[in-house]
Design a protein around this ligand. Structure first.
Ligand SMILES: [Zn+2]
Length: 691
């Protein structure tokens, strides 16, 4: 059956260009496509393979060896020079987010090695994708473990599998294409950086274009083969242009002045390391080849920078990749004014640098960017942020009647909070759990096919039957499938971390809210690193509010938190009851994911009928439901009532003072985070009094 033709997708010029440039020059390193659901991004990616040149492979080799240069470590090799070859279309291989490790890297059959004495290896998706396209839809939801395997293979161009001392290695070079919906959570920075280019995909806003999308879709659905045939000529033209550009690529010249533009654009956008320069240069060269030019110009640099730089800028961990076009033009124009040289082709660039007052790129979000605030270093005493740095904030017009939201305090590395006991949830980095990887804690009889053979336990199981099975003296051990034992592993799972945040006046009046927000942001960052799902309930005034339904998008949580208004009375009971409702629903939706409730409060309860007793009753209900809680006590000042301790007791949970949340003295913790996350400066300590 014919797929939807690549060239028939309406609009999406950036995505088309990103994919084509990679097809011309695979060294660029792939494309990450960001965008909401319902754009044709997957359709376009799936259409890509059809316009890629065919590949010649050694006949019968399951690892797609190139007859001209076979992989010396090929498991199906060694191939004789001049071995028969076949030519086949380039493949597009899809990696499902829930794939097992065996499916990705291939399965070494240890059962057969032990019971039949043969080395049996079933190639995985990495082998299938060699010399083609590896496509990961919803790459942001891929398990960490698979991400690591994928990154290793992509970096080395090799897939390596080892199980119980038996190992296999084969070449795995592929064009990596990932798509993601940013609303469902961001990508780990390490993985983000691995993609050569990023493009934003959006459905066309133009009514004419939208109509054309529908028209083509209907025509395709009515007659896929006929539709494909009508587009065949355009597709062939595109394929031929790719081949021509591939041929031209080695001869494209990158003049010094243009290379300087690449460097100066990368410097202007404050990117990490030199990877960005390299990718931009490669993409610019590919763009020149694609346009049929033998020399790279500013036009090529501009096109390359727009795709190569947005995700490489130093930024807050919760900010989306972005690039300001005017800034880009200024940087390109600025590079031309090198006094040592001719102006160079800088004036080829479209637009030209307008001498406008420099303005920061502003993300389209309602939250104040913590980066915009002044960022004084935390005190050298290592104390967590108190009501320090009393810089009065500008009240924002139109803010909630309770007063403008307090800016978050510094972000720091927090202690690991975990759910006690051993869970069985999805792999992650928080609480102890039975997992498929992790360290071995014992052996058991496998339920179906053994995941990981526990060799000593298998031999022990087989030993008593050797005489009965007629083992010859000096002969090997006689194993039967029933002897096989698999290893039991323990690792860590991810959890649902539900924040229940007191946003009432009793917290705000003490100018604590900035520090509290900083602490919750720190916990969110921690949750992001541990692959947790997060949710947030806030309470103030007359009730509680579900500020964020459970999601993997920590960015969404950070944005809601930054904008959180504060003030009013303290309906603690309402907050806890709302949390209880939400956890009941989540237990049905995602039963294996154990929740961790983090209550951020000073322990006061002043709203609702019989507020204090009500709060303790609500806390008791959560404890009875088996919810594990941590109470972060935000009370400050010389006279302390210790109310949060009593709430923690009713919850049957752990009490932790806000000041004790940091994993190490604060100054160290802040630095540690900055090192681990590119470009994270501690946000400002701006605080304000709220009536
Ligand atoms: Zn081979």
């Amino acid at each position: 059956m014919s797929g939807f033709p690549f060239s028939a997708v309406v609009g999406m010029a950036e995505l088309r260009l990103g994919l084509v440039l990679n097809a011309v020059s695979p060294g660029i390193g792939g494309v990450l496509v960001r965008g909401e659901k319902g754009t044709a991004k997957s359709t376009m990616v799936r259409g890509l393979a059809a316009i890629l040149p065919d590949v010649a492979v050694v006949a019968g080799c399951r690892f797609s060896c190139d007859p001209a240069d076979p992989d010396p470590s090929c498991p199906d090799g060694p191939h004789e020079p001049g071995a028969a070859s076949v030519t086949r279309p380039a493949r597009l291989v899809e990696l499902p987010v829930g794939a097992s490790e065996d499916r990705l890297v291939g399965a070494l059959d240890i059962e057969r090695a032990l019971t039949e004495g043969v080395k049996a290896y079933e190639p995985g998706l990495l082998a299938a994708a060699h010399r083609g396209v590896l496509y990961v839809d919803e790459v942001n939801l891929l398990h960490d473990h698979l991400v690591d395997l994928l990154l290793d293979a992509a970096a080395l161009g090799t897939c390596y599998v080892e199980r119980d001392g038996v190992s296999v290695r084969h070449a795995a070079r592929f064009l990596l294409v990932g798509t993601m919906n940013p609303e469902e959570g961001e990508l780990r920075p390490q993985l983000l950086d691995r993609f050569g280019l990023t493009v934003e995909a959006a459905a066309p806003r133009d009514a004419g274009q939208r109509g054309e999308v529908v028209r083509r879709r209907l025509a395709y659905d009515a007659d896929p083969a006929g539709f494909a045939e009508r587009w065949q000529q355009t597709e062939s033209g595109l394929a031929a242009r790719i081949v021509a550009a591939q041929g031209l690529l080695p001869d494209v010249v990158l003049p010094d002045a243009t290379l300087r533009q690449v460097a100066s654009v990368c410097a202007a956008f404050d990117v990490d390391g030199l990877r960005a320069d390299l990718v931009t240069a490669r993409a610019a060269i590919a763009h020149a080849a694609w346009e049929g030019r033998g020399e790279v110009t500013a036009i090529d640099v501009r096109a390359a920078a727009r795709l190569a730089l947005p995700h490489r800028r130093r930024r807050q961990p919760f900010d989306a990749p972005q690039l300001d076009e005017e800034e880009l033009d200024r940087a390109l124009a600025g590079a031309g004014e090198d006094p040592d040289d001719d102006p160079g082709p800088g004036d080829d660039g479209p637009g030209g640098g307008e001498p406008e007052a420099s303005h920061e790129t502003t993300p389209a979000q309602d939250a104040p960017s913590p980066r915009a605030e002044a960022a004084p270093d935390p005190g050298p005493d290592g104390q967590p942020p108190g009501p320090a740095a009393q810089a009065p904030a500008q009240p924002r017009p139109g803010a909630a009647p309770a007063g403008p939201p307090a800016a978050p305090g510094p972000v720091f590395r927090v202690k690991r909070l975990e759910v006690p006991g051993t869970g069985t949830g999805a792999a992650g980095r928080r609480s102890r759990a039975r997992t498929e990887s992790g360290h071995v804690t014992g052996a058991q009889r496998p339920r179906d096919r053994a995941a990981r053979i526990h060799v000593p336990a298998t031999f022990t199981a087989a030993a008593p039957y050797q005489v009965a099975r007629g083992r010859a003296p000096g002969g090997g051990l006689l194993l039967r499938p029933g002897d096989l034992r698999e290893a039991r592993h323990e690792g860590r799972e991810s959890n649902l971390v539900l924040f229940v945040v007191d946003a009432s006046g009793s917290m705000a009046a003490r100018a604590r809210m900035g520090a509290v927000k900083g602490a919750v942001l720190s916990l969110l960052l921690d949750a992001y690193q541990r692959r947790d799902k997060v949710g947030m309930v806030t309470f103030r005034g007359s009730g509680a509010e579900l500020a964020l339904p459970p999601t993997f998008s920590v960015e969404a949580a950070a944005a809601r938190l930054s904008a959180l208004p504060t003030g009013g009375r303290t309906p603690l009971a309402a907050g806890l009851l709302r949390a209880g409702d939400l956890l009941r629903a989540e237990r049905i939706r995602d039963p294996r994911r154990r929740p961790l409730l983090v209550l951020v409060t000073d322990g006061r309860a002043t709203a609702g009928a019989d507020p204090v007793a009500g709060a303790h009753r609500a806390a008791g209900l959560l404890a009875a439901a088996g919810v594990h809680s941590v109470v972060v006590d935000c009370e400050s000042g010389p006279v302390r009532l210790g109310l949060a301790g009593a709430v923690a007791q009713s919850l049957g949970g752990v009490l932790l003072r806000l000041e004790h949340l940091a994993a190490a003295p604060l100054a160290e913790s802040v630095r540690a985070i900055s090192g681990g996350f590119r470009g994270v400066a501690p946000p400002g300590q701006q605080e304000q009094e709220v009536a």
